[in-house]
Design a protein around this ligand. Structure first.
Ligand code: ATP
Ligand code: MG
Length: 260
């Protein structure tokens, strides 16, 4: 589905240049949910923008379904970290969610129905007629998630998608992402700073080093399924793996990685 070879990116040139990505290698198979964690500012969003075709990397290669990424692929959706700038303020929430569906050749009624369905899934059933600026931050973030879900992409990229919601909503949205993935067979790449979340939702957790970012660890999460907010988080394998990821993010090498 996705292959990244020795990806590098340097912002600027000369003495002010900043090397954000220092040679990232990553493969994601179809249907996988891969979480990316790493220290703040290490280059996670830079990596995601490169995969989305929004930023031209200064070196290396990204293949999406076998083809080099040169612009944003059609069957891709992105939930941006900066949700407050990702909805058009002059369009209703439902119209924002429906907008990308024009590319799918759906007629107006189908687009509206798909938008309302997705809004219902993120618990925004009553908010379709409102404008984004009438919603709280967390509601805007959920509307951005609804837009990506409605689009049914082959690959969904999510950059800190649950950063601005309360703990209960966050758990609900984690489970929503797991359900959507199971139902529609999407491949998902999810960036999070929440280590527990990465282990809870991920099939794999990729740990990036501080800048210039490289993959320091690629851990497979093997927990008895289906995941459950209470029992999964209590499972000894979960507890062990989250400690391991925590050590790796802080730059300390841990013991053997995988768990079961
Ligand atoms: N457009 C830009 N121009 C110059 N430097 C940039 C630009 N975007 C990001 N950077 C720098 O590149 C580095 C990586 O940024 P990036 O946003 O990818 O990090 P991140 O891991 O997503 O951080 P966070 O955890 O805070 O979201 C940072 O030092 C940042 O200041
Ligand atoms: Mg970021």
């Amino acid at each position: 589905m996705l292959e990244i070879h020795n990806l590098t990116h340097t912002y600027g040139t000369g003495p002010g240049a900043h090397e954000a990505l220092g040679g990232v290698d990553l493969k994601v198979a179809e249907g996988e949910l891969v979480c990316i964690v790493g220290p703040s500012g290490c280059g996670k969003s830079t990596l995601l923008r490169s995969i989305a075709g929004l930023l031209r990397p200064t070196g290396g290669e990204i293949l999406f379904q076998g083809d080099p990424v040169e612009r944003t692929p059609d069957n891709l959706a992105v939930v941006f970290q900066d949700y407050s700038r990702s909805l058009f303020p002059w369009m209703s929430v439902a119209d924002n969610v429906a907008l990308p569906l024009r590319r799918k050749g759906m007629d107006g009624r189908q687009r509206r129905q798909a938008a309302l369905d997705a809004l219902e899934q993120v618990d925004l059933a009553g908010a379709g007629g409102k404008y984004p600026w009438e919603l709280s931050g967390g509601m805007q973030q959920r509307a951005s998630i609804a837009r990506a879900i409605a689009y049914r992409p082959t690959l969904m990229l999510m950059d800190e998608p649950f950063g601005s919601v309360d703990a209960q909503t966050r758990e609900d949205l984690e489970d929503l992402v797991l359900r959507v993935r199971a139902k529609h067979g999407m491949t998902i790449l999810l960036i999070t700073h929440d280590i527990d979340e990465s282990v809870y939702v991920g099939d794999r957790v990729i740990v990036l080093s501080k800048a210039p970012a490289k993959v320091v660890s690629d851990l497979r999460v093997q927990l008895p399924g289906p995941r459950d907010q209470i029992t999964t988080r209590e499972h000894p394998g979960f507890v062990q793996l989250r400690a391991e990821v925590g050590r790796l993010v802080r730059g300390r090498q841990g013991q053997a990685a995988s768990t079961g």
